[in-house]
Design a protein around this ligand. Structure first.
Ligand code: SDX
Length: 393
């Protein structure tokens, strides 16, 4: 017995890790948001409608959808003083470092929505976070490439606004490609929530102390950044770049199986799915749509398909039920849409903010909620006498 205690985020004893929001059957590869299947939502719904569903538990009617969209749209601008905040970063700062820093600072600008025990302030903070994360994300990108910030517009959809703030320049009109906007919206839906993953558990644990929602979301962004979690989409592109060609796929699959080699196939495997991640299937179909629309023949897609085929037929992966996850294809689409790899996890954070907020609201709104206090299995020294310096070896 190594006695090592594996910290299980589901065991945060926050008093309420039971949840009504998202259901995953890892063996069957099923993902439901408030009972609706992810592939149906991705095909028939839109991101703001899924946000409403995650927050309120039901799909909105026409009036509710219009009001929610109006509210979110009118929270997309950020306090002008925040523009100066960005100027403190080096231009080559990783956009996730910027996003983490600026999001954590939001409570200093919006302190009228930080009282977690006031339902109205909780709702305003939720709307502000969902609406402002895309603006902050686009600003991080613009700052990194030395271009001016582009303000949000109220005549664009959530996805269109994000593309516009990211890719528009003052010198000319930016034409929204409807296929890109649809793909963006679908990618946001696919990343919106995923029950008690590492970053969501981080948000719940941080929130269980009564910390303000802006600080909790910053904690979630920090956790998501890891390459084993949301940082995997960036790591997949780096890995495909290292593999370079189909004839080297076997070499990397062999490396991934070598216990003495820390290398793992990025975008493969999952803590819960022991079947194909249902989001990866939609992501792969979206990949084809975007590349076809853009007329891009991306060798990375062929390479990813070759890697997937070999891994899915390999005994090591089959035995361990390792399948492609949501991150395996997302990077290829995002690269084709013009995003640099450094922005991939930022996009994941923009989408996952609504999931974090929905889970935080469920936790903080529970009257029996207690501060999280994970337990341990102590494996250190039992009690012993102090040894003076001159008697130590
Ligand atoms: C996300 O939790 C969520 O819901 C997360 C997420 C979300 O929406 O929030 O779905 C998003 O984070 C998706 C995962 C993205 N990460 C990656 O793609 C990184 C590569 N994947 C691995 O690091 C890994 O699969 C994890 C971290 C995702 C899971 O790791 P585990 O818990 O160790 O996986 P496991 O217990 O199923 O592993 C079983 C075996 C182990 O080998 P043995 O000890 O049995 O010999 O499979 C091996 C692992 O070493 N293994 C891999 C592997 N993933 C697991 N071997 C090679 N390549 C891999 N990718």
């Amino acid at each position: 017995e190594t006695g090592m205690f594996t910290y299980d985020p589901g065991f945060t004893s926050t008093g309420s890790c039971d949840s009504e929001i998202t259901y995953i059957d890892g063996d069957e590869g099923i993902l439901l948001h408030r009972g609706y299947a992810i592939d149906e939502l991705a095909e028939k719904s839109n991101f703001l409608e899924v946000c409403y569903l995650l927050l309120h538990g039901e799909l909105p009617n026409a009036a509710q959808e219009a009001e929610f969209e109006h509210t979110i749209t009118r929270h997309t601008m950020v306090h002008e003083q925040i523009h100066h905040f960005y100027r403190g970063f080096r231009r080559d700062a990783h956009p996730m470092a910027v996003l983490c820093g600026v999001t954590g600072a939001l409570s200093a600008f919006y302190h009228d929505s930080t009282d977690v025990h006031d339902p109205r302030q909780r709702e305003v903070a939720s709307h502000r976070l969902i609406a402002k994360l895309p603006t902050l994300a686009a600003m991080a990108y613009k700052y990194s490439i030395g271009q001016p910030f582009i303000y949000p517009r109220n005549d664009l959809s959530f996805a269109e606004n994000f593309l516009h703030m990211t890719f528009a320049v003052p010198a000319e009109e930016y034409k929204i490609n409807p296929v890109m906007a649809r793909a963006m919206d679908r990618i946001l839906i696919l990343h919106a929530d995923h029950e008690q993953n590492a970053s969501t558990s981080t948000v719940r644990l941080a929130g269980s102390s009564g910390a303000n929602p802006f600080a909790c979301i910053a904690a979630g962004i920090a956790s998501l950044w890891g390459p084993a979690h949301g940082g995997a989409n960036e790591a997949v592109l780096k890995m495909l770049g290292e593999i370079g060609s189909k004839d080297r796929v076997g070499e990397f699959v062999k490396k991934a199986k070598d216990k003495d080699d820390p290398f793992r196939l990025m975008g493969f495997g999952h803590r819960v799915y022991k079947n194909y991640d249902p989001r990866a299937k939609v992501m792969r179909a979206t990949c084809y749509e975007v590349l076809e629309e853009l007329g891009v023949k991306d060798p990375l897609l062929d390479l990813a398909m070759a890697l997937e085929k070999i891994a899915l037929e390999d005994e090591y992966f089959v035995e361990r039920k390792l399948y492609p996850n949501v991150d395996f294809y997302s990077g290829i689409i995002l690269k084709a849409m013009g995003f640099p790899t450094s922005m991939f996890t930022v996009l994941f954070a923009v989408a996952r903010t609504v999931g974090w907020i929905a889970q935080w609201t469920e936790m903080i709104g529970d009257p029996h909620q207690k501060i999280g206090r994970p337990r341990q299995l102590f494996t250190g020294h039992t009690s012993r006498e102090f040894v003076p310096l001159n008697e130590r070896g």
